[in-house]
Design a protein around this ligand. Structure first.
Ligand code: C2E
Ligand code: MG
Ligand code: MG
Length: 722
């Protein structure tokens, strides 16, 4: 460095010059400038945002800061009040920290602040300040880092940890080799294993052995292919107890697709499973006997039919009904009845083979499916044995041994190549015929019988229609006092006015509906009809007793007396004594006690009861004693031949003396001529009816009917005088 100045030197103008060697200084400044440049570069490229501000204004901003504040360039930030870049909530803090930094020349530790982008969007940042000298003046250098993403992840992790810890589902996380890394508290609650016990182990210790290797192989294959697996499996708790779980496993892979973890989430569904099993049981099994019910039977039939077609073996379908079970139930009570059913079910199961089915349809009806036989005879041997077993006495606590038998109907597929419903119906029909041929036996389905039953079905439908469309009507046949010929009452006799076939007599339709609901429906119709008639006559001042015929089926209906009582109450002007019931002698013997009760109830109501067709049954003296009837109707078969047959006469005679012994009236049926009339009169029979006296007639005719028939004492045919 040189300096010159003019001087006078020895009175002459001269120049004075100084010289300094500044080489070192020169070096130093170049170095300094170089270092500053490097420093600036370093700042420029640091992955943190850096600002320097002096007197509240930004005087330096690096690239990262420009980017973070979403500014166009550093230029945009320079000279900006630094507080413009800070969220209002944090401005005081920032102001204080900056002041402290600059005044004391110290640095400030990291804090979290909210900063503002140029467009006003806030972001979370971690910020440090330190004191610097910039351009020779003190300033504050701010280093910051956007932590928005980190905070989001933190929050997410906190939630995840919470879920992991509080979830009621068990969760386990394993590494790529399936070693357990972590389990949650619910895992411990469900399995009984603590976290420490299981860390580092594979979850194999949970296996129950209920799934085979194939199951697990499928599981792993699906997991590899789809990245997840979901299903149910049985595992074992630490206590040894087996439980069902619903498990879903997912794979967690890294960016390169390498498996890092497996995450398993599971719920204990044992209760649910048990419940499911219970529901399944209720839906498919009979609760009393534990046998398959109708629903499961339908399933089994489908299966066994398919099997039978494939294997070319027979399927034997049996319909079994216990004989006399109703009486057991009625006389000994339902509890005993139930126990008998359980015992019978067990016996059937014992006789049948493993693959066979015995199902309970309800009540005392069962269905058997026997598979695998080549010929039907073979199966018969088994079934005979079954019937023999069922016929053995059943010994229950506190009751005398109960003896029952069973009637069994069979049909054989594919000889009977029908659908399941029809097969069952056929077996049922065969069972019915087993009952009719005397019970405790096996009958095989007969197609001819089927055709007959079909006709019967159609007939019943037609008859139902007749009942609804008032094609039925009643005729009344007078019953007279034999000695004086006076009208004692009438017997109501049903007729069907068939639109095509004309007027049909009861024998042409009653037998076809006997034992069906139509039977009692007709009975109710007759009773109602007769009460209406009595009402009418009563209103006209006529009191004519009417006898009606009551079918066995109708009489034995549990609500018979109830209905009858209702009718009596519904017709208060009709004295009940005007109604008489005729019941068949043959019926009353089967069920002597029950019928005795019903007769007594009728008499309590004031209604008389007669035994119809008397002499055709086998009433003994002992039986008659139990049936408090008012009247015996001597069957017309005896009357028909009494004139020529001494035997029939003798029978009538003994009926008459029997009646007088029991104090009941006698009515002779079917008096067709005067000889019969005379003979009956001589024998002391009090009353009679028959064509000789009058044919059955309509109510209108009856009201005008006069007893003009000829009588033995006055064979002229003039009307008797009263
Ligand atoms: P039942 O109760 O023994 O009735 C007497 C039957 O003998 C009647 O036949 C009657 O018409 C007929 N009859 C009357 N007098 C003579 C005669 O001198 N000679 C001959 N050969 N027959 C005579 P019907 O009306 O055909 O009834 C037949 C049976 O049908 C009745 O026999 C009765 O058991 C039953 N029945 C009639 N109406 C009803 C009814 O409303 N309900 C029920 N459940 N059964 C009825
Ligand atoms: Mg009768
Ligand atoms: Mg009769």
């Amino acid at each position: 460095l040189a300096s010159y100045m003019p001087i006078r030197f020895y009175d002459q103008n001269a120049v004075l010059g100084w010289f300094y060697d500044i080489s070192e200084l020169r070096n130093f400044t170049t170095q300094l400038a170089h270092r500053e440049k490097e420093f600036r570069r370093l700042i420029e490229y640091l992955p943190y945002g850096i600002l320097i501000h002096q007197e509240g204004k930004v005087c330096l901003a690096n690239q990262k800061a420009v980017q973070q504040f979403n500014a166009a360039s550093a230029q945009e930030l320079l000279q900006l009040p630094v507080l413009d870049l800070v969220h209002p909530d944090y401005r005081d803090v920032v102001r204080e920290r900056a002041a402290a930094t600059i005044e004391k020349g110290t640095s400030n530790p990291l804090i979290e602040e909210k900063l503002l982008c140029r467009d006003g969007t806030p972001f979370d940042a971690e910020v440090a300040n330190l004191a610097v000298t910039f351009n020779g003046r003190p300033g504050s250098l701010v280093v910051f880092n956007d932590i928005t993403e980190r905070k989001r992840v933190d929050a997410q992790l906190r939630i995840n940890a919470n879920v992991f810890n509080t979830s009621l589902d068990g969760i386990l996380i394993t590494d790529h080799q399936n070693n357990i890394l972590d389990v949650n508290p619910s895992f411990t609650v469900i399995t009984g294993y603590s976290r420490d016990e299981v860390l580092g182990h594979t979850p194999n210790f949970l296996k129950s052995g209920k799934q085979d290797e194939q199951f697990y192989q499928n599981l792993w294959t699906t997991l590899q292919e789809k990245g997840n697996w979901r299903g149910e499996l049985w595992n074992r708790k630490k206590s040894g107890e087996i439980y069902a779980e619903l498990l879903s496993i997912s794979l967690i892979r890294d960016a390169q697709g390498q498996v890092l973890h497996h995450v398993g989430v599971f719920t204990d569904i044992t209760n649910f499973k048990n419940h499911e099993k219970e529901l399944e049981r209720i839906a498919h099994y009979d609760p009393l006997t534990g046998l398959p019910n109708r629903v499961l039977l339908a399933d089994r039939m489908q299966q066994t039919l398919a099997l039978s077609s494939r294997s070319q073996r027979l399927l034997v379908i049996g319909y079994l009904d216990l004989d006399g079970f109703k009486q057991i139930n009625d006389s000994l009570g339902h509890e005993i009845g139930d126990q008998v059913l359980i015992e019978m079910a067990q016996r059937m199961k014992n006789v049948l083979r493993e693959g066979d089915t015995v199902a309970r349809l309800g009540g005392d009806e069962f269905v058997l499916l026997l598979t695998g036989y080549r010929d039907a005879q073979e199966s018969l041997a088994t079934l005979q044995r079954l019937l023999a077993q069922l016929a053995l006495p059943v010994t229950l606590n506190d009751t005398p041994p109960v003896i029952l038998s069973a009637s069994l109907g069979l049909t054989v597929y594919p000889l009977d190549h029908s659908d399941p419903d029809t097969l069952l119906r056929h077996a049922d029909q065969a069972m019915y015929s087993a009952k009719q041929s005397g019970k405790n036996q096996i009958q095989i389905y007969d197609p001819e019988m089927d055709a007959l039953l079909r006709l019967q079905q159609e007939f019943r439908k037609r008859f139902q229609h007749a009942l609804e469309s008032e094609e039925l009507f009643l005729l009344y046949q007078p019953k007279v006092d034999l000695p004086d010929g006076q009208l004692l009452g009438v017997e109501a006799l049903i007729r069907w006015h068939h639109p095509e076939r004309g007027v049909l007599s009861p024998q042409e339709f009653l037998p076809q509906i006997s034992q069906t609901h139509l039977d009692s429906q007709v009975g109710e119709w007759v009773i109602a009809q007769v009460f209406t008639q009595l009402d009418q006559w009563q209103a006209q001042g006529r009191e004519i007793p009417i006898s009606i015929n009551v079918s066995p089926h109708h009489l034995e209906r549990p609500n018979f007396i109830h209905h009858l009582t209702n009718q009596v109450l519904a017709h208060p002007i009709v004295p009940p004594r005007l109604l008489n019931l005729e019941i068949l002698e043959t019926l009353s013997l089967d069920n002597i006690q029950e019928v005795g009760e019903i007769i007594r109830s009728c008499r309590d109501l004031g209604i008389g009861v007669a035994l119809d067709d008397f002499g055709t049954g086998y009433s003994s003296l002992a039986y008659l004693r139990q049936l408090p009837v008012d009247e015996l109707k001597i069957d017309q078969s005896f009357v028909r031949d009494m004139v020529s047959s001494a035997t029939d006469r003798a029978i009538i005679q003994s009926i008459l003396s029997l009646a007088s012994a029991f104090g009941c009236r006698t009515v002779a049926e079917g008096i067709e001529n005067i000889s019969q009339y005379r003979l009956l009169l001589e024998l002391g029979c009090q009353a009679g009816q028959g064509h000789h006296i009058a044919y059955p007639m309509s109510a209108d005719e009856l009201i005008h009917w006069k007893p003009t028939f000829s009588r033995p004492d006055r064979e002229t045919g003039s009307p008797p005088t009263s």
